[in-house]
Design a protein. Structure first.
Length: 306
């Protein structure tokens, strides 16, 4: 009995890795991405990083904004600690921040929730609420300045001058700013609420939970990251508020509406104390940095980054 011989297997040629495997492709993509990012990084460095470092340097000088700057060390910060105008402006910023953390946030939250409960004309209401935010602050401030005027506006009807009263000036400016601001919060909160799964509301309805219970137990916990983020941005923007205050009152009457940004502007351009104004700007940046750091800690502990 003969056995058939199998043909000998052909030797397999050793495979050589082509130059430029998956690792090289990933590196090339990273390089291309950084090349696209490079113009933005350059622009950001020119308009943000360089002025920021310059302001930090000038805060230790007595620079007038013209000519050479002379190093004075911590003199500007020591003066700031004893400056009544700085403390007055800081207190007004804190009051402004407290107002915008409570009033517009509450209005925006419940306004958005009200829009989730209706089915007709929802888009129309969103446009109406958001429209004031799209108007330039100069235009809004000029309109309300006339409306509150004691000569031709509501001030004449009620017999008071809201923008000329030391007690009413800051609340009046905050009211005008809130009129243009809270519609933005409505739209953002509404977008977050629409992302909440409808199954949660259906299950809560089957369990007998009403609209108020659903809001506190489902809606608010579900949009908590958005709520905290908007609170963070409200704090930062409150400390940077300038346009409405400057247009309506320029910080008056008698400093009743002075905030840190108007104090900075007056010291830099009216008093020609750019070094001291830079120190005020550094303090404002430090406050904003602390707020951002606190938010990042909360986000990490809550796991919102995931």
């Amino acid at each position: 009995m003969s056995t058939a011989t199998r043909p000998a297997a052909k030797p397999v040629a050793p495979t050589t890795r082509r130059p430029g495997g998956p690792g090289s492709a990933a590196r090339r993509r990273a390089v291309v991405a950084w090349l696209f990012m490079l113009p933005l990084l350059v622009v950001n460095a020119v308009v943000v990083a360089v002025p920021s470092l310059s302001s930090l340097y000038y805060s230790f000088t007595d620079w007038t904004g013209i000519g050479d700057a002379h190093w004075v060390g911590l003199d500007n910060y020591v003066e700031m600690a004893a400056d009544d105008d700085f403390r007055n402006a800081l207190v007004h910023n804190l009051e402004w921040t407290a107002f915008f953390l409570v009033v517009p946030m509450t209005m925006g939250l419940f306004g958005a929730y009200a829009l989730t409960r209706i089915t007709r004309f929802r888009l129309l209401f969103r446009v109406i609420y958001f429209l004031p935010y799209t108007v330039a602050s100069v235009v809004v401030a000029a309109i309300w300045q006339n409306l509150l005027s004691p000569d031709i506006g509501l001030g004449r009807v009620v017999g008071i001058n809201p923008l000329g009263s030391q007690a009413l000036a800051l609340p009046s400016v905050a009211f005008v700013n809130n009129w243009a601001w809270w519609g933005f919060l409505v739209v953002v909160f509404l977008a977050a609420m629409q992302g909440v799964p409808r199954e949660l509301y259906e299950a809560a309805s089957l369990d007998g939970a009403g609209p108020s219970r659903q809001f506190w137990s489902i809606t608010l916990p579900s949009i908590q990251p958005t709520f905290v983020f908007l609170g963070l941005m409200t704090i930062i923007w409150s400390f940077l508020s300038f346009d409405y205050v400057f247009i309506l009152t320029q910080g008056g009457p008698a400093g009743a509406t002075d905030v840190l940004s108007t104090l900075l502007y007056r010291e830099a351009f009216a008093s020609l104390r750019a070094g001291y104004a830079s120190a005020v700007g550094v303090v404002m940046a430090l406050i904003s940095g602390l707020v951002v750091a606190g938010y990042l800690v909360i986000r990490k502990r809550r796991g919102w980054s995931a």
